[in-house]
Design a protein around this ligand. Structure first.
Ligand SMILES: [Mg+2]
Length: 252
C-alpha cells in the first residue's frame, strides 16, 4: 500500500497513541461522520453516470444501470470501470468528485466532533472515496485534526490492484500496516457489507445509524442503506454494536 500520511495528518507508526492506548479506530467518512446523502451522493452519482455516458458512449439509462451494477458488485464503481473498460482511476476520481458547492451542503454533528476529540486511541479515516474529497470534507467540517491519517481509495492497492472496502485482504493489510492485530481495530461504518468483511477477520464493528435513510417499509430498507437488507432495529451477528452518535463510542 502507498503511504497514508498527509500534511496535517501525521503517521505515528509506533503502534500507540499519545494517550498510550493501542486501540485503533477506523472511521468510514460518508454517512458515518457527515450526512453524505444530503451533501454529495446525488451529485457524485450524477457525475459518475455522466462520465460513463461520455467515455463508454452509452445512453443515460444504461450508464446509470452500469454504475449501480459495478457499485453493487465491486463496492466501488471505479473498480468495474478500471477492470472492464480500461478507465484510468485517477481521471475518473478527479472528474467525478469536483462537486461544486459541496462545502455549503456539508453538515455534521457538533457533539460528534467533541466526542471524536475525547475518544482514546489512534483514529483513521478509511474511505472508498478519493483523498482530495475526504480532506475537503474533513477540513470544511473542522474534523481533520481529530484523525491520525486518511486511508483513501487511492491507498487501497495491493500488487497493482485496487482493493477497496469490503476486501478482507485490504482490512488485514491495514491492521498490519498499523502494527496491530485485527482485534485491536474497530470499524465504525454505515455500510453493513464492509462490517461483515471486517468482522470476518476479527475486527470489532460498530454500525453507525445516524444518517441511514428512513425505512419505507418494515424490514425492507431502501437499497441505498446497504447491499444487505437489514432493518436498523436488527443487529446482525457480525455487528458488535449500533450507535446513532459518536458519543456512543466513549463508553465502549
Ligand atoms: Mg459510508
Amino acid at each position: 500500500m502507498s503511504p497514508w500520511g498527509v500534511p496535517g495528518l501525521g503517521w505515528p507508526g509506533t503502534g500507540r497513541s499519545a494517550t498510550g492506548s493501542k486501540r485503533v479506530w477506523l472511521f468510514d467518512l460518508d454517512n458515518t461522520l457527515h450526512d453524505a446523502s444530503h451533501a454529495s451522493f446525488g451529485p457524485t452519482n450524477e457525475a459518475m453516470t455522466q462520465y460513463i455516458e461520455t467515455h463508454l458512449n452509452l445512453p443515460h439509462a444504461e450508464a446509470w444501470s452500469l454504475r449501480q451494477h459495478y457499485w453493487l458488485h465491486y463496492g466501488a464503481t471505479m473498480l468495474g470501470l478500471v477492470r472492464h473498460h480500461g478507465v484510468k482511476a485517477s481521471h475518473f476520481l478527479e472528474t467525478t468528485h469536483r462537486l461544486p458547492g459541496l462545502e455549503s451542503r456539508l453538515r455534521a454533528s457538533a457533539h460528534d466532533r467533541a466526542a471524536l476529540r475525547r475518544l482514546r486511541g489512534r483514529k483513521f479515516i478509511l474511505t472508498n472515496a478519493p483523498r482530495a474529497y475526504a480532506l475537503r470534507v474533513l477540513n470544511t467540517l473542522r474534523l481533520a485534526d481529530c484523525f491520525d491519517g486518511v486511508i483513501s481509495i487511492e491507498d487501497m492497492t495491493m500488487f497493482g490492484h485496487h482493493r477497496p472496502k469490503p476486501d478482507a485482504r485490504m482490512f488485514r493489510c491495514v491492521a498490519a500496516r498499523l502494527k496491530v492485530q485485527p482485534h485491536s481495530c474497530t470499524l465504525v461504518e454505515d455500510t453493513l457489507d464492509h462490517q461483515r468483511s471486517a468482522r470476518r477477520i476479527g475486527m470489532r464493528t460498530v454500525w453507525m445509524q445516524r444518517y441511514l435513510p428512513p425505512v419505507r417499509r418494515p424490514g425492507f430498507p431502501p437499497e441505498s442503506v446497504s447491499k444487505v437488507s437489514v432493518h436498523p432495529c436488527h443487529k446482525p451477528l457480525y455487528v458488535c454494536a449500533r450507535i446513532k452518535s459518536i458519543q456512543g463510542l466513549l463508553s465502549m
